[in-house]
Design a protein around this ligand. Structure first.
Ligand code: ADP
Ligand code: X2W
Ligand code: MG
Length: 339
């Protein structure tokens, strides 16, 4: 299969990973700097079969965490997405902004608290989360897209219904998802009562996104949603992206993050897994190869692919043009999880 890629060790990875801790600037692969104009147009022309393959297909991209921490990192990602949209891809962005939430909690004199690696989201923290995610960060991404020459629409509480996992949200488990619009109802009670207003998706209403995409807009969805009573929750943005990708029957789910992809050995940047099927990915999860945020990502990739998304890729959002490498070259970028 000409689209498949093997597990291999990418020599540029040690370069990428050496920039991990410090970089709030995009990492440029060194060979790219010295390319002649002829090389560049050759490469552009080689992209044609990939453009044809993805033209008209829906792609859901999750953008969050350390990969979003500066405008210098955001602008090239947005510019890649706008380019891909101009090549005919139908793009939906889902975002989080953990570091920015922390920063604003600090500015307001609130100390972030964590449980199971996630923010404990009490009522005050949830107010800050809603303002930062649904307000500042969402509108900032929308304005960057508009500046790059495309049209974006920012959405937060629209179209998604949260089911709370919270002990505080007494009615949260009122299972607002148990109706005809059910997308997935999988309340995990693991964190019940521990994390406050942390939710899971009960229903998805992607109908609201389709006319926007049909009319050339890029929806930008903040991972904040309300339950049927209007109470707000933060939902993990990988999970939102995965479920939206499934609901939209997307061709591809992309999780942009701050690491090259799934590493077979977590601390060895040379152990990148280029491609793995859902069985292999489940095995990695059982073997505890992926911890914390990466476990969540692999889980949501597996779920979305099991629900019909053709492939899900975890790629480094801090590496310049990683999205173009992923979509427009045979080697791709990061780790691709297939059915
Ligand atoms: P994001 O903010 O993009 O959601 P997360 O911090 O939630 O990112 O998840 C990615 C992190 O998961 C990586 O930065 C890495 O520290 C961690 N991780 C744990 N296990 C692995 C693994 N096997 N391969 C790659 N990263 C891993
Ligand atoms: C995350 C923030 C939201 C998120 C947290 O507490 O850090 C949950 O996952 P990243 O940056 O994409 O990992 N909360 C519920 O999706 O953050
Ligand atoms: Mg995460």
């Amino acid at each position: 299969n000409k689209w498949s890629r093997k597990m291999y060790t990418n020599p540029s990875l040690s370069f990428q990973s050496s920039c991990r801790e410090t970089s709030s600037e995009p990492v440029v692969v060194p060979e790219a700097r010295s390319m002649s104009a002829q090389n560049r147009v050759d490469i552009l022309s080689e992209a044609l079969p990939y453009i044809q393959k993805f033209h008209g297909k829906t792609i859901v991209v999750k953008y969050g965490g350390a990969a979003t921490t500066s405008e210098a990192l955001q602008v090239p990602v947005i510019s890649n997405l706008v380019l891909l949209q101009n090549f005919g891809l139908r793009i939906v962005i889902v975002h989080s902004a953990g570091p920015e939430i922390n920063q604003w909690l600090g500015r307001l004199g609130l100390k972030p608290k964590f449980g199971n690696g996630l923010h404990v989201t009490d009522a005050t923290t949830m107010e800050v989360v809603a303002m930062v995610l649904g307000g500042k960060v969402n509108k900032h991404l929308v304005s960057l897209i508009n500046k790059a020459g495309a049209s974006a629409v920012g959405l937060s509480v629209t179209g998604l219904t949260a089911v709370g996992l919270s002990g505080m949200g007494a009615t949260a488990a009122g299972l607002s998802g148990m109706d005809d619009h059910l997308l997935t109802a999988r309340p995990s009670f693991t964190n019940f009562g521990l994390l406050g207003f942390v939710g899971d998706i009960a229903t998805g209403e992607p109908a609201v996104l389709r006319p926007l995409i049909d009319n050339g807009y890029i929806p930008v969805v903040a991972s904040v949603a309300a339950d049927k009573t209007g109470r707000l929750y933060i939902i993990n943005a990988d999970t939102v992206a995965g479920e939206l990708a499934a609901a939209l029957a997307a061709e591809k789910l992309i999780l942009l993050t701050d690491v090259a992809g799934i590493l077979e050995e977590r601390d060895d940047p040379r152990s990148l897994v280029k491609e793995v099927d859902i069985e292999g990915a489940r095995r990695m999860m059982n073997d505890e190869k992926n911890a914390g945020g990466m476990f969540q990502k692999v889980d949501c990739c597996v779920r979305s692919v099991a629900q019909g998304v053709r492939a899900a890729s975890i790629i480094d959002g801090r590496v310049q043009h990683s999205l173009l490498l992923e979509f427009l070259t045979g080697g791709g970028a990061g780790t691709m999880i297939t059915g």
